[in-house]
Design a protein. Structure first.
Length: 321
C-alpha cells in the first residue's frame, strides 16, 4: 500500500496508546490525531489547544507532551470542519463491516482530508475503535495496527481513574440494549439496564465485563490488522521491538521502541487466576449468547496469535477454541 495511505491504530485504554501516538507524532510528515473518538473532541475550544496537557498526562501516567494532545484538530476546529458529536464515541460501539454510519464516515473523512490538505499523512490513534475496526477497514483505504496489552495488566491499570471502569460499564450497557442477551452471564448488568437504574457493579462483575469486551475487541482488531503491536512483547523482547520499528520503517515512518517499558510486561508470559477465569467465561459467551459481538474470522486471528505475548495469546486461544 502507498506510503500516503492513512494509518489507523486500534487500541483500548491503558494499553500504552499515548506512548505510541507520541512516537508517531514526532514524525514530521505525519498528522497524528489523538483518540479521534474521545468525547472531549466535541467540547474542544481554541483556547484549550494553546496549553499543554501537563496535569492530565501526570494523572494518567502518560509521557509528557509539549503541545496539547488535541492540537492537530485545531485547523479543522477553526475552519468549522470538525463534524464530531459525542454520540460517535459510544452510541454504536460495535459495527459490522457492511453496516452504515454516515456520521462516523464523514467525521473520519474530515480528519483524513485535513491531513491531506496540509500535505501530511493522517495517523488516527484510537482508543474506542477496536469493535469498529472491521467497519473502518471496509470503508477506508488505510493500513491498520492492532495494539494489544495483556488483559491482567490492562484491567489492573483501569484503577488509575474512575473514568475507565465507569465508562466501560456504560459501553456494556449500550451494547446490552443493542444486543439483548449478550451479557446474560453477568445478570446484574442486564437487570440494572432493564430497570433503567444507575449501574452499581461488583468488582467481579466489572472484571467479567472487561473480559468480554477485551476478548471481542482484541479478536476483531487482530483480525483486521496489518501489524499486531503487542506492547508487552515490545517491552521485553528486542526482536519484537526491532520488528515493530522495521514495519513502521516500511511505511515510511522512522520510529523506534527502544524505550518501551509497559508495567507488568515481565509477568505477561501466562494467564492465570481470576482474569483467566473471566476470559474463559467470555470466550464461552462469544460462542453462545454473546455471538453478536464476535465480529472476526477465527482462522485469520489464529494465524496471528504468535505475534502476541504469552498471556494475550492464551486469552485469544481461549476465544478461538
Amino acid at each position: 500500500m502507498a506510503h500516503d495511505a492513512p494509518i489507523f491504530v486500534h487500541a483500548w485504554w491503558r494499553s500504552a496508546s499515548t506512548y505510541v501516538w507520541s512516537k508517531l507524532r514526532r514524525v514530521e510528515h505525519l498528522r497524528c490525531y489523538y483518540e479521534p473518538l474521545h468525547e472531549r473532541v466535541a467540547r474542544l475550544q481554541e483556547a484549550d489547544l494553546q496549553q499543554p496537557e501537563t496535569t492530565f498526562s501526570r494523572a494518567l501516567r502518560h509521557p509528557p507532551s509539549g503541545d496539547h494532545y488535541f492540537a492537530e484538530y485545531g485547523p479543522l476546529l477553526r475552519a468549522g470542519k470538525l463534524p464530531y458529536s459525542t454520540e460517535l464515541a459510544y452510541a454504536r460501539y460495535l459495527l459490522r463491516a457492511d453496516e452504515g454510519d454516515d456520521a462516523l464516515q464523514a467525521y473520519l473523512q474530515s480528519l483524513l482530508d485535513g491531513a491531506r490538505g496540509a500535505g501530511q499523512r493522517a495517523v488516527l490513534c484510537f482508543c474506542r475503535s477496536q469493535m469498529r475496526s472491521a467497519w473502518m477497514k471496509h470503508h477506508f483505504d488505510a493500513v491498520h495496527v492492532a495494539q494489544v496489552r495483556n488483559p491482567a495488566s490492562q484491567f489492573a491499570s483501569f484503577s488509575v481513574a474512575k473514568y475507565f471502569p465507569a465508562t466501560m460499564a456504560t459501553i456494556a450497557a449500550r451494547l446490552c440494549r443493542r444486543f439483548p442477551g449478550a451479557f446474560d452471564h453477568i445478570p446484574a448488568l442486564g437487570r440494572q439496564v432493564a430497570a433503567g437504574n444507575a449501574l452499581v457493579l461488583a468488582p467481579g462483575e466489572l472484571l467479567a465485563i472487561f473480559a468480554l469486551l477485551w476478548a471481542a475487541s482484541t479478536a476483531q482488531a487482530v483480525d483486521t490488522a496489518d501489524l499486531v503491536l503487542d506492547v508487552d512483547r515490545a517491552s521485553t523482547d528486542r526482536t519484537a521491538r526491532d520488528e515493530a520499528s522495521a514495519w513502521f520503517e516500511s511505511q515510511g515512518c522512522a520510529i523506534d521502541f527502544e524505550d518501551c517499558a509497559v508495567p507488568g510486561a515481565a509477568s505477561a508470559s501466562s494467564l492465570d487466576g481470576p482474569v483467566r477465569e473471566a476470559i474463559e467465561a467470555a470466550a464461552s459467551a462469544l460462542r453462545g449468547h454473546a455471538r453478536a459481538l464476535a465480529v472476526f474470522d477465527a482462522s485469520r486471528v489464529a494465524g496471528k496469535v504468535h505475534e502476541l505475548s504469552g498471556a494475550s495469546r492464551a486469552a485469544l486461544e481461549c476465544v478461538l477454541s
